[in-house]
Design a protein around this ligand. Structure first.
Ligand SMILES: [Zn+2]
Length: 236
C-alpha cells in the first residue's frame, strides 16, 4: 500500500509539473487550432468561389457561341429578304428576323449579366485570397512562437512523459481511472496532502481517526468533501 500511495504522489507531482509547462504555452495551442480552422474554412470558400467562376465562364462562352450562330442566321435572313418574291414570303422572313433579333438581345443581356457577376466574384476571390494570406502569416507566427517556448521545455516534458508512463504502469487501472477522474473534476489535483489536519485540496477539517489512518498508509482514503485522495505530508 505504501508503494501504491508513493506512486500516486509521484504521479501527481509529474502531472502538476506538466500542467505548469502547459500553462507556459498559454493559449497558443488553442489559438493555433482556431487559426487552422479559420484557414480551412476560407480555403473551402475559395474553392467554392472558383468553381462558381468557372461555371460562369463556361456559361458565358456557351452564350457567346449561341449569339455568334444567331448572328450568322440573322445575316442569312436579311440577305433572303432581298430575294423574296411575294408579300407572304416577305412577312415570314421579317418575322424570323425579328425573332432572331430578340433572341440575340436576350443572349446579349445574359452575357452582360454574367460579366457583371464574374467581376463581382473576381473581387470576392481576391479578397478571400488576401484573407488566406493573412491567416497563413498569423499561423506561422503562432507556430514559431510555440516552437520557441516548446524548445525550452521539450526535454523536460519528454522526461516527464516517460516517467509518467512508468508510474502509470505500476498503478492498478481502477485506481488510475479514479485518479484521472478526480484530477479532471478538481482542477488537476487528485492527490492532496494533509495540512494542519485539513485536506490540502479543499481545506476541510479531517477527523483525527482518519488522520491516523492516512499516516498508517493502509488504504486509499479520500476527502469526504472534495473526493481527493488524501496523503500524509511528511513535512507535517
Ligand atoms: Zn478535500
Amino acid at each position: 500500500m505504501k508503494r501504491i500511495i508513493a506512486n500516486l504522489i509521484q504521479l501527481q507531482n509529474v502531472d502538476t509539473r506538466l500542467d505548469e509547462l502547459k500553462l507556459q504555452k498559454g493559449d497558443l495551442p488553442v489559438l493555433i487550432e482556431q487559426t487552422e480552422e479559420d484557414l480551412a474554412e476560407k480555403q473551402a470558400l475559395l474553392k467554392e468561389l472558383m468553381e462558381k467562376r468557372s461555371k460562369m465562364e463556361s456559361d458565358r462562352k456557351m452564350f457567346e457561341m449561341e449569339v455568334e450562330a444567331s448572328r450568322v442566321q440573322l445575316k442569312k435572313y436579311e440577305e433572303q429578304l432581298y430575294q423574296v418574291k411575294t408579300n407572304k414570303e416577305y412577312d415570314a422572313i421579317s418575322l424570323e428576323i425579328d425573332t432572331k433579333k430578340l433572341e440575340i438581345e436576350g443572349l446579349d443581356n445574359k452575357i452582360i449579366e454574367l460579366l457583371e457577376n464574374q467581376e463581382a466574384i473576381e473581387k470576392e476571390i481576391e479578397e478571400v485570397k488576401q484573407e488566406i494570406e493573412n491567416i497563413e502569416k498569423q499561423l506561422v507566427e503562432y507556430r514559431n512562437e510555440l516552437e520557441e517556448i516548446s524548445e525550452l521545455t521539450k526535454a523536460e516534458e519528454d522526461r516527464l512523459h516517460q516517467e509518467r508512463e512508468k508510474i502509470v504502469a505500476e498503478i492498478e487501472p481502477r485506481l488510475y481511472a479514479q485518479y484521472e477522474r478526480i484530477r479532471k473534476a478538481k482542477g488537476g489535483v487528485a492527490v492532496a496532502p494533509v495540512r494542519r489536519n485539513a485536506c490540502g485540496g479543499c481545506f476541510s477539517q479531517i477527523p483525527p481517526q482518519k488522520i491516523v489512518e492516512i499516516r498508517e498508509l493502509n488504504r486509499i482514503i479520500t476527502c469526504e468533501y472534495c473526493g481527493r485522495i488524501l496523503v500524509w505530508d511528511e513535512s507535517e
